[in-house]
Write a protein that binds this ligand. Structure first.
Ligand SMILES: Cc1ncc(COP(=O)(O)OP(=O)(O)O)c(N)n1
Ligand code: 3NM
Ligand code: MG
Length: 223
């Protein structure tokens, strides 16, 4: 099964500074956090509205629409986490699913040529994601995370290196406990970019945090 209409080169650019965000992660209004992150150079946004206190129903829909509109103004893709119905309803640019969510193959069939991201923790899962039409894989947790209660054991950067060494060419984004000090190590291991929640949403200066992460990624990638 093939991926979306987006080229792997474009996908790699979108993954450079990928903000994952939900209302429970924010110290201020999520719209303001997203707008600040976009102005700092965030290259893609994922709406991940889950965990204790997360919005549901109409409130979740309203927030998704608000954040999507900000992404459209900035020309940045807006990805929905887990919720295929929501993604379809609002015409999101794509969907991210994990190994415990609706299967990647079924999601690809439902979303057509929109972006499909899949979490992969092993080389085998990465190969399966490719077969099912993933445009990128999220690999983690690279470091300990405070943002996901059911995260798998910490992998370090070794899994990303293993995937590249074993011929996985899909665009890869590292996730889990990544901050500006660690971003370069993740990219040097073979990732195309970093996906973060707390390093941006909890920052005193959101715009500066996003800008710094992007700069570390670009520098490590030699751009
Ligand atoms: C970019 C990216 N990578 C991995 C994940 C984790 O997805 P999943 O394993 O399905 O866990 P939840 O985020 O749904 O709790 C992600 N969301 N984004
Ligand atoms: C959403 C998510 N997925 C992970 C995985 O390992 O698949 S770790 C994680 C949380 C990332 O948040 P932070 O940047 O605050 O650590
Ligand atoms: Mg999921």
């Amino acid at each position: 099964m093939s991926g979306s209409s987006i080229s792997p080169e474009q996908m790699r650019r979108y993954l450079r500074m990928y903000l994952v965000i939900g209302s429970v992660n924010c110290r201020e209004k999520p719209l303001r956090v997203v707008e600040e992150a976009l102005s700092g150079g965030a290259t893609m946004i994922q709406f991940r509205e889950k965990g204790p206190g997360a919005l549901t129903g109409e409130a979740k829909l309203a927030l998704a629409l608000e954040l999507q509109a900000a992404c459209r103004r900035a020309g940045v893709p807006f990805i929905v986490n887990d919720d295929v119905e929501l993604a379809a309803r609002i015409g999101a640019d794509g969907l991210h699913v994990g190994q415990d969510d609706e299967s990647a193959g079924a999601v690809r069939a439902r979303i057509g040529n929109r972006i499909l991201g899949v979490s992969a923790h092993t080389v085998k899962e990465a190969r399966t994601a490719l077969v099912h039409g993933a445009d990128y894989i999220g690999v983690g947790p690279v470091y300990p995370t405070i943002s996901k209660d059911d995260a798998r054991p910490v992998q370090g950067t070794g899994m990303i290196q293993d995937m590249r060494a074993q011929g996985i060419q899909l665009p890869i984004v590292g996730i889990g406990g990544i901050n500006a000090e660690r971003a370069a190590e993740v990219v040097r291991a073979g990732a195309d970019g970093v996906a973060v929640i707390s390093a941006v949403t909890q920052a005193a200066n959101v715009r500066e945090a996003a800008r710094n992460l992007l700069e570390q990624v670009a520098r490590a990638a030699g751009r």
